[in-house]
Write a protein that binds this ligand. Structure first.
Ligand code: ADP
Ligand code: MG
Length: 272
């Protein structure tokens, strides 16, 4: 089988070859979300997935996370075929689900508890991860004592505690206000730099893509295919008011506009 003899290095963080997903495949409700995705992501690379709502961005993250199977093609991570979830690949959602009855540190070290780590070990790892997100002082608090931004930082700490090689983030800051979101972007860039992990970050915000990405993968309307990949060669820390940054925002806006129009037309046709 061609897909069992892939031509790529086992050092590549994520490799997608012809990856596709049809939800409810083989039924009357079959719904093609994603088609023919070829993508290579390097270790330590920051890649943003940008595309209109409903184009399959979340679906692709679930496939890479191993939460869902590709119905076409295949995905590898560091040489291993992705078939199940792995602590090497942590997924962070828009709405964090922390356990309200556990303290912050217990939430952060929950995955280690499942692995059977001792209480002392869990507390030590949680403290270290919380230190990295600037929340060590909140270790013994409960989630409902924290703001939305702080809860998302706890979610990032929980992911970091597992020492993932790939961080998958699905619109993690979308529910936050604009000022908090800008702060969280800076914070994420610091964490990313320290961790050495690859980050795959879904957004439909062009500003966010230009602020964060080494490369922006622009998707077509559903079924999502890669329309183009735009490298963001701005030095870090970035001046987002520079003429180069503005030119990139204009370029991405143009690329997205047609796809958003198509997505709208399709949604109208489906509900008519
Ligand atoms: N679990 C599911 N079952 C059936 N269809 C789904 C499921 N999840 C998503 N879809 C559909 O797949 C398409 C892509 O969805 P999604 O990946 O969530 O898009 P995005 O994240 O880009 O907004 C949409 O048409 C959506 O309705
Ligand atoms: Mg989504």
């Amino acid at each position: 089988m061609a897909f069992d003899a892939p031509h790529f290095s086992s050092r590549t963080a994520v490799v997608c070859r012809g990856a596709g997903k049809t939800w409810a495949a083989g039924t009357k409700r079959a719904h093609e979300a994603l088609r023919d995705v070829d993508l290579d992501i390097a270790p330590g690379e920051f890649v943003v997935f940008l595309g209109p709502s409903g184009c399959g961005k979340s679906t692709l993250l679930y496939l890479i996370a191993g939460l869902e199977d590709a119905t076409d093609g295949a995905i590898w991570s560091f040489g291993d075929k992705v078939e199940t979830p792995s602590p090497q690949r942590s997924l962070i959602f828009q709405e964090t689900s922390l356990f309200p009855w556990l303290t912050v540190w217990q939430n952060v070290s929950f995955g280690l508890a499942i692995r059977g780590a001792s209480q002392a070990e869990r507390r030590r790892v949680a403290a270290e991860a919380l230190q990295r997100v600037g929340l060590k002082a909140a270790m013994d608090k409960r989630p409902d004592e924290l703001s939305g931004g702080m809860r998302q930082r706890v979610a990032v700490a929980r992911a970091l505690a597992m020492r993932p090689k790939v961080l998958l983030m699905d619109e993690p800051f979308a529910a936050l206000d604009v000022q908090t979101r800008a702060r969280m972007q800076d914070f994420l860039l610091d964490v990313w730099r320290d961790s050495g992990a690859s980050v795959l970050f879904v957004t439909h915000h062009i500003d966010e893509a230009v602020a964060l990405a080494d490369r922006v993968v622009v998707f077509t309307a559903r079924p999502g295919r890669i329309k183009t990949i735009v490298p963001i060669d701005l030095p870090r820390p970035r001046n987002l008011f520079s003429r180069e940054a503005e030119a990139l925002r204009i370029q991405l806006t143009d690329l997205l506009r047609d796809e958003v129009d198509r997505a709208f037309a399709e949604q109208e046709a489906m509900t008519a």
